[in-house]
Design a protein around this ligand. Structure first.
Ligand SMILES: [Zn+2]
Length: 280
């Protein structure tokens, strides 16, 4: 696989390496052509609702790379685009997607019932995390071609609908990689550490800001080796895996956020594009 990836570098197909794989579904990414770079040297700007979205040049084209939230209803959506003084809207379709369901029976419900103190803390943290997910830092370039942050089995895929004792819970908004405690966790791509903290549910967590609304989040770490504000390169160690916060065993929970929407991390990993179909 390694050798294959290296060979791919010399084929024209990787001219699009900086863009994620398009999947215009809830939890996916819409990639929308905005015109040629040679006729618009200044990048167009684009918004989904009020949220600015990533615009990236690949080859001779500008593309809007739009994160689609899991709870976005399928159907027609509109992207607002401004090039210089000219504004226009571009319509695109979001297709439905059925993610697998996971039903979990819990005999001891006290384990999921939070104390008032814990609940207050968790609620405060949800607000903080929401703010971090919507952080926008303008950068000249955003490389959206990531590496898997840890070597391990892909244990929990993105989007799975979870039910505890028949009650629907938040869908799984990340990718779980099964790793032993103490495994090196690497930055998926180049960026700047946006925040590090120890949260009730997510445990020790690192946020990396890749610019223009693309943010990655690494949860349940045992140890964090970086600080907020620090630039990191792709593959740089962020810390070691663990099971801090609410985790049933050691694993990395990795989330990718694009224009505030949690999207499928596997769309951003070229290697997974090859491997994914053969996995159960
Ligand atoms: Zn997870």
């Amino acid at each position: 696989m390694r050798l294959l990836s290296a060979l791919w570098l010399f084929t024209p197909i990787l001219a699009h390496a900086g863009l994620p794989r398009a999947a215009s579904v809830p939890g996916g990414v819409a990639v929308i052509a905005l015109g040629s770079v040679s006729s618009n040297v200044i990048p167009p700007r684009a918004w989904l609702g009020e949220q600015p979205v990533l615009v990236s040049a690949e080859g001779d084209r500008w593309y809007a790379v739009v994160g689609l939230a899991l709870d976005l209803p399928p159907g027609s959506q509109e992207l607002r685009v401004r090039t210089g003084d000219a504004s226009r809207t571009i319509g695109f379709e979001v297709s439905p997607k059925q993610y697998p369901e996971q039903h979990i029976t819990l005999k001891d419900t006290s384990k999921v019932q939070l104390s008032a103190t814990d609940e207050a803390r968790a609620n405060r943290e949800v607000a903080t995390i929401q703010g971090l997910k919507h952080h926008w830092r303008e950068t000249a370039e955003t490389d959206a071609s990531f590496i898997l942050p840890a070597k391990g089995r892909l244990a929990g895929r993105f989007g799975r609908k979870r039910f505890f004792n028949g009650e629907p819970r938040a869908p799984h908004a990340g990718l779980d990689v099964a790793v032993a405690r103490g495994t090196t966790i690497q930055a998926g791509g180049q960026g700047t550490v946006l925040a590090v903290d120890d949260y009730f549910f997510n445990g020790k967590t690192v946020f990396v800001d890749h610019g223009n609304g693309l943010i990655t989040m690494y949860c349940h770490l045992d140890r964090i080796d970086v600080q907020a504000g620090q630039p990191v390169r792709q593959g740089q160690r962020l810390g070691l895996s663990g099971m801090t916060g609410r985790a049933t065993g050691p694993h990395l929970h990795w989330s990718v956020v694009l224009n505030g929407a949690m999207v499928d991390p596997e769309l951003f990993i070229p290697a997974a594009r090859q491997d994914a179909p053969s996995r159960p």
